[in-house]
Design a binder for this molecule. Structure first.
Ligand code: NAD
Ligand code: IPM
Ligand code: MN
Length: 354
């Protein structure tokens, strides 16, 4: 029987609370299915670990993760440790170190989910973001000169490589082609005359390999506007690291909130483990109170099951989330309910067993 070894980095704040529910759901599914098993190994890395040891994860952290079939991550970052230190030392280190260059983020308004937009129905918001996840504006290149003086300067350099753009665009075009979807590229070529002009050029170049795919290119500011005014026009969206980050929080906001937004950090070649996580952070404002919505973390389990090849289970999880949103029996306060985090996980398992 296939046994999946999953490394769990629950991390900070609400991370451990929501990850506990994802593990619960995943274990229940492997039991119900009977054809595979899952084995979790917990790593206590994060901000508390940093305050004790001076590191977000041990020096050989990546090596210790490298033999797992997947990484399941909660959230990283907490007041008391500078965000650039905590994220740079753990989450971004894993994304970069394992060349997880695709960040796949579905934005789908399920029936029963709250939507702040007028006149928008479930079905009107159904897109998938392919965010470049290894370079771009997030490249670790820069300098700080003359610190503490009147001449102080910060330099932060974006890195847009042909290799990096080709692979993310091919992935996005292929996804669009296989699913009969349109593709929209998010750009800012009107102001960023080097990086984004190259981005636009690559979008066109790679598009020639997929003549069947209908393409659109939008400037990032206009894209943000259309997210609110006409989200229906987006199907597959390809975006750089920073634009993808910002637009997927906006996407979460129009599709039920941060408690429902999931993401997969993929190394498509499977040379390294891929990482699955809710896209929200550690939510210090609600941490430790059982208020966190675990549905985003559970949705990312569905992405993990897709990645392992159990697409039916992947869809089943999303259908079950939708049933729960419609029934409104076990929802956390962000969705207008009164259930605790763990009660949402329990209710989900009960529905899956039916
Ligand atoms: P956040 O996503 O943690 O929270 C934003 C708002 O959304 C808060 O009001 C929070 O209560 C709410 N929220 C988030 N997830 C929720 C859930 N599951 N259920 C209900 N409500 C939820 O963003 P932030 O406050 O900007 O960041 C907090 C910390 O997390 C920072 O240190 C930041 O750097 C870090 N962060 C980490 C990740 C990650 O690990 N992937 C992602 C984003 C932010
Ligand atoms: C996300 C997060 C991260 C990002 C941060 C915490 C570094 O916001 O996964 O969306 O910007 O990629
Ligand atoms: Mn983000």
């Amino acid at each position: 029987m296939q046994n999946y070894k999953i490394a769990v980095v629950a991390g900070d704040g609400i991370g451990p609370e929501v990850i506990a529910e994802g593990k619960k759901v995943m274990s229940a599914i492997s039991e119900i299915d009977g054809g595979f098993s899952v084995e979790f190994t917990d790593f206590p890395w994060g901000c508390e670990y940093y305050l004790k040891t001076g590191e977000m994860m041990p020096e050989d952290g990546l090596k210790r993760l490298s033999d797992f079939d997947a990484i399941y991550l909660g959230a990283v970052g907490y007041p008391g440790v500078p965000d650039n230190v905590s994220l740079g030392g753990l989450l971004l280190k894993i994304r970069r170190g394992f060349d997880q260059y695709i960040n796949l983020r579905p934005i789908k308004l399920l029936k029963g989910a709250p939507c702040p937009l007028k006149g928008v129905e479930p079905g009107d918001i159904d897109m998938v973001f392919v965010r470049e996840n290894s370079e771009g504006e997030y490249a670790d290149v820069g300098a700080r000169l003359y610190p503490g003086t009147a001449r102080e300067v910060a330099l932060q350099t974006g890195v847009f490589s042909r290799h990096g753009m080709e692979r993310v665009m091919r992935y996005a075009y292929k996804l669009a082609s296989e699913n009969g979807k349109t593709i929209t590229s998010v750009s800012k070529g009107n102001a960023l005359g080097y990086s984004m002009v190259f981005w636009d050029q690559m979008f066109e170049e790679i598009g020639k390999e997929y003549p069947e795919v209908k393409t659109y290119s939008l400037l990032a500011d206009a894209a943000s506007m259309f997210f609110v005014k006409n989200p229906k026009r987006f199907q597959v969206v390809v975006a750089s690291n920073l634009f993808g980050d910002i637009l997927t929080d906006l996407g979460a906001a129009i599709a039920g909130g941060m408690g429902l937004a999931a993401g997969a950090n993929l190394n498509p070649e499977r040379k390294y483990p891929s990482m699955f996580e809710p896209i929200h952070g550690s939510a210090p404002d609600i941490a430790g109170k059982g208020l966190a919505n675990p549905m985003a973390a559970i949705w990312s389990v569905s992405q993990m099951l897709d990645f392992f090849g159990y697409k039916e289970w992947g869809s089943r999880i999303i259908d079950t989330i939708e049933t729960m949103l419609i029934e409104k029996k076990a929802l956390t306060p962000d969705l207008g309910g009164g259930a605790k985090t763990s009660e949402v996980g329990d209710a989900m398992v009960e529905l899956l067993r039916k």
